[in-house]
Ligand binder design. Structure first.
Ligand code: PEP
Ligand code: MG
Length: 836
């Protein structure tokens, strides 16, 4: 049997059943002789095997030994092959290590490691392995050694195979990982041996890395050849697959080009620097050096372990990473669609890449530690891809690194990378696949000037946090972002959703001037920020700040906040690995009350669920978490979360301050009635004062039934982020639909109008604490719709106040009624110039 030709079976006469061996040296000699007899190696290889044994341990573990020759004697190997001696009684390989299967390996290339990979897998299946120690059937051993499907094909060499077909690449961005992974699938399914040739370069279409190394660009001619039974038909099918991909590749390229052509407002470069188009998530312009969150240099210590232990570690890590990637693919499919998920599906195929696995195993066999070997293999292969000087391949190198890091973190959690602590001291543009809300929350704004993510949506909690932090941010920029060179200069345009790369000195200077002009305008608004938001004709609007932590309160007040309209308490849970106790929560609420010094504080009860996942709570995975047990629905099911929070709140209220409690995600009056009853029980147990209990209006049903809810709620605060998501049926994290998820859509405005109307029947006040409250035009419109309070990110306060002070309330009411009868969000936004 040769490893090169997967179709060949392991010939039974290369398996010696019940071999009679005197000792380990005899076993090695016999294995060597068998290899010579097969013609795989020249005579002398047996001696080489014996010498290797003197310097390295070839006992694999669990009764399997893998003697093989010295690296310098590879010249003795004529072709790859293996032989097996079965020793039912066992032979002592090393003290305490008994070998029952002696697998002699001859290999010119790395391919003997493919058999090692199978063996380490087989070793996990102990009953099967044990049966092979005593079986009389050589075929069972042969089958077990081939049981992970066709043997790994080494890099093919030579000319085309018997049947050929020609193809001219017409993928606009070349053969990148996503289409290449479809090729790999098709080649694996073909059942025949195939080659892909471009000029004199030949690739194995079963290996993603091998295919990518061809560096195929649009217009390149390739010859695809196959041999074996049914080769011609298999080639036809393969051709069908690769041409079938063309239309999607072209459509994707056209979409990207269209995105790039969308009109730009605000700053524009005079030159034509390279640009990645995404979706605007947090306004402003930022200049900085690219810091790839995933690109941290890793120190991987070489800590050799027994080969079997290493094999198990690697295998387990690969299994867990596969599961992790599968979850990522599922999640991305749900959020962004299958096209984007394919990025990760393609990455996941790298986990099975034979070149990568064999190189890792080889390094392990040489005596290196598993994490070190894996990292070394990743670095070498990524280095080969980068060295080709092709940006498409460089991006694949980034994929390889990305997958590599995932596996490393599984091998040893201490090797998890990309910690935010590594951000350099100079202003950086943080580039990442995605940022979790807690990652964003912990960013150091002194170091991070702007953010650009490949995934995510503008109303996601990460984007909200970026706005809170005043960090210009672009989301949904796609995988291209992840291939940016670390350290290069970039400009993030958070108004237009663009990332400009390596701008000229002239463009840099104009961007800096634009940033300075914005700062000046802002300074003028800020000078007036402590004045109240009263319209010209005397209508006062309460202005609150959305802050999560007491230490953010002084800044919110300094920006002109008159209190806190939304304290999102789930961040107390998200930012740490465990549940804060009642005592800890009490201390935080007290601190917040004291920081506000008598000003109002609305604390929102836990809104966990949706995109706010708290790993340590181990909540069941849901198909549609935004439509699942979220917010009040979770609180009603988890008194262990609700009660300590209510107790902490009422205890805090007892010591003074202007505290209100607000429940999120209320859908029906019955939920509110139950929650209020629980509030009352806790309050009376503690002998605490009554505090206003209000609700978020973020589910359309609640807006429509506002009149019914008003009977039980002391106030309403409209969460337009969720209300928009649920009214328009657009996942707030979906970048594909991000530009359509506009809170100024007339349908959302009508729900807001209904809420105001319902609240008036009971004389309740209505606030808005979703993102649109911080948009000066949106705020003006909301005032026109009759809301009494606006609560927003502190930085938005000065501009919103300035806008309200400049308006007449009658004009705003007229504006609102025109907006309500508009047909689209764009039509509503076009009314902007009508407001003073
Ligand atoms: C909202 O939905 O508008 C809101 C303020 O709540 P959150 O963004 O925390 O879901
Ligand atoms: Mg919400």
């Amino acid at each position: 049997m040769t490893l090169r030709e997967p179709a060949d079976a392991l010939a039974n006469d290369l398996i010696r059943i019940d071999a009679q061996v005197a000792d380990k040296s005899d076993a090695i000699r016999q294995a060597g002789q068998l290899l010579v007899a097969t013609g795989c190696v020249a005579s002398g290889y047996e001696a080489s095997m014996a010498q290797r044994e003197a310097i390295a341990n070839t006992y694999l573990g669990s009764g399997v030994a893998i003697p093989h020759g010295l690296g310098e004697d590879k010249g003795l190997v004529r072709r790859d092959g293996i032989v097996v001696l079965q020793v039912p009684g066992g032979i002592e390989w090393n003290p305490g290590q008994i070998a029952h299967l002696v697998v002699g390996i001859a290999a010119n290339s790395d391919s003997h490691i493919a058999i090692l990979r199978r063996l380490t897998r087989l070793i996990q299946d102990e009953p099967r392995l044990r049966s092979l120690f005593t079986t009389h059937d050589a075929a069972l051993i042969a089958e077990a050694l081939q049981s992970d499907g066709p043997a790994a094909a080494a890099s093919p060499a030579g000319e085309d195979l018997a049947s050929t077909i020609a193809w001219t690449a017409d993928y606009p961005t070349g053969l990148h990982a996503r289409p290449a992974s479809a090729w790999v699938e098709a080649a694996k399914a073909s059942g025949v041996t195939m080659r892909v040739r471009h000029g004199s370069e030949i690739a194995d279409p079963r290996s993603l890395i091998s295919l990518l190394q061809l560096g195929l660009k649009a217009g390149d001619d390739v010859t695809i050849s196959a041999s074996g039974e049914g080769a011609a038909q298999a080639l036809q099918r393969f051709h069908g697959v690769i041409t079938g991909i063309s239309s999607r590749e072209k459509a994707d390229a056209a979409r990207a080009a269209e995105k790039a052509l969308a009109p730009v407002r605000g700053w524009k470069p005079a030159g034509a620097p390279r640009m990645v188009a995404g979706v605007a998530a947090s306004p402003g312009l930022a200049i900085g050096k690219v810091h790839l969150l995933a690109a941290a240099e890793l120190e991987v210590a070489d800590q050799p372990v027994a080969l079997i232990e290493g094999g198990t570690l690697l295998n387990d890590a690969l299994i867990r990473t596969r599961a992790q990637m599968k979850a990522l693919v599922d999640d991305t499919t749900r959020r962004l669609g299958p096209a984007d998920a394919a990025i990760f599906a393609a990455q996941a195929t790298l986990l099975d890449d034979t070149d990568l696995i064999t190189l890792t195993c080889q390094l392990m066999v040489e005596g290196h530690g598993v994490a070190w070997s894996w990292n070394e293999a990743i670095q070498r292969l990524a280095g080969q891809l980068t060295a080709l000087g092709n940006p498409v391949l460089a991006a694949r190198a980034a994929d390889l690194q990305d997958v590599g890091r995932r596996v490393l973190a599984q091998i040893d959690p201490a090797l998890s990378t990309g910690t935010l602590a590594e951000i350099p001291d100079e202003p950086s543009i943080l580039v990442a696949a995605d940022l979790s809300p807690s990652d964003t929350a912990s960013l150091d704004v002194a170091k991070v000037a702007g953010i650009a993510t490949a995934l995510g949506g503008p109303t996601s909690h990460s984007a909200i946090l970026a706005r809170t932090l005043g960090l210009p941010s672009v989301v949904a920029g796609g995988a291209e972002l992840l291939a940016l060179a670390a350290g290069s200069t970039a400009i993030v345009d958070g108004d237009n959703g663009r990332v400009w790369l390596n701008p000229s000195d002239e463009d840099l200077a104009s961007a800096q001037a634009y940033i300075a002009a914005l700062a000046e305008e802002r300074a003028a608004q800020e000078a007036e920020r402590s004045r109240p938001a009263v319209t010209k004709d005397g209508r006062a609007i309460a202005i609150g700040a959305n802050v999560n932590r007491p230490d953010q309160a002084p800044f919110a007040l300094a920006q002109g906040g008159e209190g806190v309209g939304l304290m999102r308490t789930e961040f107390l849970f998200l930012e740490r690995g465990d549940t804060p106790s009642e005592e800890e929560q009490f201390a935080i609420y007290r601190e917040m009350i004291e920081a506000l010094d008598g000003r109002p504080l609305i604390v929102r009860a836990l809104d966990i669920g949706g995109d706010k996942r708290v790993p340590h709570l181990d909540l069941p995975r849901e198909e549609n978490p935004f439509l699942g047990v979220r917010g009040a629905r979770l609180l009603l099911r988890r008194p262990d979360l609700l009660d300590p929070q209510l107790r902490a709140l009422y205890r805090a209220a007892k010591l003074g301050g202007d505290l209100s409690i607000m429940f999120p995600m209320i859908t029906s009056a019955s939920e509110l009635i139950t929650l209020r009853a629980r509030c009352e029980e806790v309050r009376s147990e503690l002998d605490a004062p009554q505090v206003p209990v209000g609700i978020m209006i973020e589910v359309p049903a609640a807006a429509v039934q506002a009149h019914a809810l008003a009977a039980h709620a002391d106030f309403f605060s409209i969460g337009t982020n969720d209300l928009t998501q649920y009214a328009l049926a657009i996942d707030r994290q979906n970048p594909e639909l991000a530009s359509e998820a506009d809170s100024l859509h007339p349908a959302v405005l009508r729900l807001i109008a209904m809420t105001v109307e319902g609240a008036r029947t009971r004389d309740r006040w209505v606030g808005v604490c979703g993102g649109i409250a911080g948009d000066p035009f949106g705020a003006a419109l909301l005032v026109g719709l009759g809301v009494n309070e606006l609560s927003m990110t502190p930085r938005d306060i000065p501009a919103v106040k300035a806008r309200i002070r400049a308006a007449e309330s009658g004009t705003l009411t007229a504006l609102a009624s025109r907006a309500l009868s508009a047909q689209s969000a764009a039509e509503v936004r076009a009314l902007d110039h009508e407001v003073a």
